[in-house]
Design a binder for this molecule. Structure first.
Ligand code: GCU
Length: 420
């Protein structure tokens, strides 16, 4: 096994092991500690936020900076060496219903820095420029569809025996293995383009003391500098830099979407980059949509221990004192305002605290109301498989931690309201 392989293997072992100094996850609503949530419409110094100008000029920057400083870390500016090259454009993709385009993104001339491949599907026979879903994926672009024309990633990938992924190298065996999570045809039929990038092209997802991926270009982060989630979000912004120059894309109508750790990433990308017109978080849980103060399912301490590279080091200071965090995740959702945001949970995804995800969305509502937009009006979680909300959308789907056609159906309906 290569060194990277060994590291990744040990990490898989560590994540699956009980962590002795961390108490077992709480799944009992009666044991959720009492907590007070921070008022989104009150400055840290206690002064009230009474206008949209106050929000835009003072409170939003204050909250954003707190998240940068204590949770995700400060990101870097876009690199001067950033370059895009269209490496394929095939108008016979997916049985002729799509144009498949691939764009090679390079970040610097230095050969040791990563390069990323942005895969774009455009609906054929429809008039663009198209509103677009931009997302990160877990195992490589070639896993989202069995389309034989998608290039296989050359970056580090997590080993997965069932798909024949060994030595952290992807191959033909994993083509299309994740297609159930990507309603590609449905998205195209509804008149949207789909753009996706493999997150490992930006930063391989294991703790290597920040020496690989994009960190290599910028050096080892300080305790308040970007962890991996922030780098993945930054990667999405670099994709948007490209999309702004693609005539087939309506770059003013790009929805950023992600699942799980990549749902956390989508929320942070939407917070950092207001060019994203709409934000969608699917089953993002702790460090995503779920309220940290509820300590239900995965906790801040647990996530910082299992995934020390995801957040900035400062976040670990709050492992045992989440109540002292100067933010909670409803404030992350509020950073999307006044843009539409959609949060989705799944009934069996207790680890991600579905109720905490819903409450975050609910408690972001006052910010939308400040803009005269309707937030979520009831603090009661809606019944399963039923989408609610206009500017803040929410549903809890029956089933497990996953992305299904039902989820995509809701995202498409919600996007139709705002991007069409
Ligand atoms: C783990 C992790 C979660 C994360 C999930 C995923 O379960 O604890 O925080 O959302 O992986 O990204 O698949």
């Amino acid at each position: 096994m290569t060194i990277t392989g060994r590291i990744a293997f040990s990490i898989t072992l560590i994540i699956n092991m009980p962590i002795p100094h961390i108490s077992a996850a709480n799944y009992n609503e009666d044991k959720v500690p009492k907590y007070n949530l921070i008022d989104p419409l009150k400055m840290r110094d206690g002064s009230p936020v009474t206008s949209t100008e106050d929000w835009e000029r003072k409170r939003r920057p204050e909250i954003l900076n707190l998240f940068r400083e204590h949770v995700y870390g400060h990101s870097k500016k876009k690199p001067s060496g950033l370059k895009f090259k269209v490496i394929q454009n095939d108008s016979t993709a997916l049985g002729g219903i799509a144009i498949r385009r691939e764009v090679l993104i390079t970040f610097a001339r230095n050969e040791e820095t990563p390069e990323a491949s942005l895969l774009i599907y455009l609906p054929k026979g429809k008039n663009g420029p198209f509103p677009t879903f931009l997302t990160t994926n877990f195992y490589g672009n070639h896993t989202i569809s069995s389309d034989p024309g998608i290039s296989i990633t050359r970056s580090w990938v997590r080993n997965e025996k069932k798909w024949g992924i060994k030595n952290n190298k992807a191959g033909e065996q994993s083509r299309g293995v994740r297609q159930s999570r990507w309603a590609v045809e449905k998205i195209l039929n509804r008149g949207y383009a789909l753009a996706t990038i493999y997150y490992g092209d930006i930063d391989p997802d294991f703790d290597d003391n920040f020496s690989n991926g994009i960190h290599k270009l910028y050096g080892k982060p300080k305790p308040n500098d970007w962890g991996s989630i922030a780098t993945w979000a930054w990667g999405l912004s670099r994709c948007l830099d490209y999309l702004e120059n693609d005539n087939d894309i309506n770059a003013k109508k790009v929805a950023v979407m992600g699942h799980s750790r990549l749902g956390k990433t989508a929320l942070w990308a939407g917070a950092e980059d207001e060019r994203f017109a709409l934000v969608i978080s699917n089953n993002s849980g702790c460090g995503g949509a779920a309220l940290s103060r509820r300590e239900f399912g995965e906790t801040v301490k647990r996530i910082n221990t299992s995934f020390p590279h995801w957040f900035c080091d400062n976040f670990t200071k709050f492992n045992d004192r989440v109540n002292e965090l100067p933010v909670d995740q409803h404030l992350l959702i509020s950073l999307a305002a006044p843009r539409p945001v959609y949060i989705a949970s799944a009934t069996e995804d207790k680890w991600a605290d579905p109720k905490g995800e819903f409450l975050s969305a609910y408690h972001a509502s006052p910010v939308y109301e400040l803009f005269n937009l309707k937030g979520l009006t009831s603090p009661k979680q809606p019944k399963s498989d039923h989408s609610v909300g206009h500017n803040i959308g929410y549903h809890i789907r029956t089933g497990k931690h996953d992305v299904t056609d039902f989820d995509w159906e809701q995202y498409l309906n919600f996007s139709d309201l705002h991007l069409k």
